[in-house]
Write a protein that binds this ligand. Structure first.
Ligand code: MG
Length: 292
């Protein structure tokens, strides 16, 4: 099932999306059962392998505004740094990585940082340029995992039982701030720097370990990879995070970006006003945003 949060006539609702038909089918009890809150839905149905009841008459996509599937996460988004070999290499060699020396490419353990909940914006929303804070904004196409059943001390073997579904995230990064502050948080957490969506595909319909991930800037293909090439796979990330941190329903883990980001080029190619970043992941649709 593909689930969306959307806005119609000023009200937020939850629904099932059928991208091919170009329609959204509202969940009949979106308001009464879940208060139109995707995290409340995930709490009620941490494993969703049967369809929820929807209204028969769909709403055309052009009648609604699609929101990020979880428009206001309850806590920071967990993110993973340097989780594809070629990207780890391009990042270290770029000189923008304050955490390691040149030549020291591949991490021994997952590098975890977070983005503030206020980074999340909808598909189609403009990404603020933040020109007074940064002149080096960059894109990062990523597969994001949505936790269903929470828990602590989750083993790799049990990890996928705790996944509700998947979506697309763009981990937009202010490279100059990421370098300047050494800890990545500020460079990763400027308002509006986490476009997300367009929907959550539930775990039963996605083979998360074999998904094509592609990203274009102004129509030019920049990133083209597969999730099977993650250095630390999804079970390892869940086991590592949950070892001493309780994961909760609706938590988001963005698994890291492959090679081809702006700082991978020489000279670097940073984002400029009007640039359009389009990300497509197999089974998860297209996430497109313009730089303001
Ligand atoms: Mg990233």
């Amino acid at each position: 099932m593909k689930l969306v949060s959307y806005e119609l006539a000023g009200a937020v609702r939850l629904g099932r999306i059928d991208p091919e038909a170009g329609k959204i089918y509202p969940l009949g009890d979106s308001e009464t059962a879940y208060g139109n809150d995707m995290v409340a839905l995930i709490e009620r149905h941490p494993v969703l392998n049967t369809a929820l009841p929807t209204e028969d008459s769909g709403v055309a996509l052009d009648q609604v505004k699609i929101l990020a599937p979880i428009p206001s996460p309850r806590k920071n988004i967990f993110c993973v740094g340097k989780n594809y070999f070629e990207h780890a290499q391009e990042f270290t060699q770029s000189g923008f990585d304050a955490t390691s020396k040149r030549g020291d490419n591949v991490p021994d353990n997952p590098i975890i940082f977070t983005k503030a909940p206020t980074t999340v914006i909808a598909p189609g929303d403009d990404v603020p340029l933040h020109a007074e804070q940064s002149t080096q904004m960059d894109y990062e196409a990523e597969l994001a995992v949505i936790i269903g059943t929470g828990g602590r001390g989750i083993s790799k073997a049990a990890a996928f039982d705790h996944v509700f579904g998947y979506t697309i995230a763009n981990d937009v990064t202010a490279r100059d701030l990421q370098l300047k502050h050494r800890q990545w948080f500020i460079g990763k957490s400027l308002d509006g720097t986490c476009p997300m969506g367009p929907y959550i595909a539930t775990a039963d319909e996605i083979d998360a370990e074999n998904l094509t991930i592609q990203c274009w800037v102004n129509g030019e293909l920049r990133q083209d990879a597969n999730s099977r090439d993650l250095i630390f796979d999804i079970p390892t990330l869940i086991e590592t995070l949950s070892a001493g941190i309780t994961l909760e329903p609706g938590d988001i883990i963005s698994t890291g970006t492959p090679a081809g980001v702006g700082i991978g080029f020489d000279p670097p190619r940073f984002l400029a006003p009007g640039d359009v970043v389009k990300i497509e992941i197999e089974g998860l649709g297209i996430l497109e945003n313009t730089i303001a």
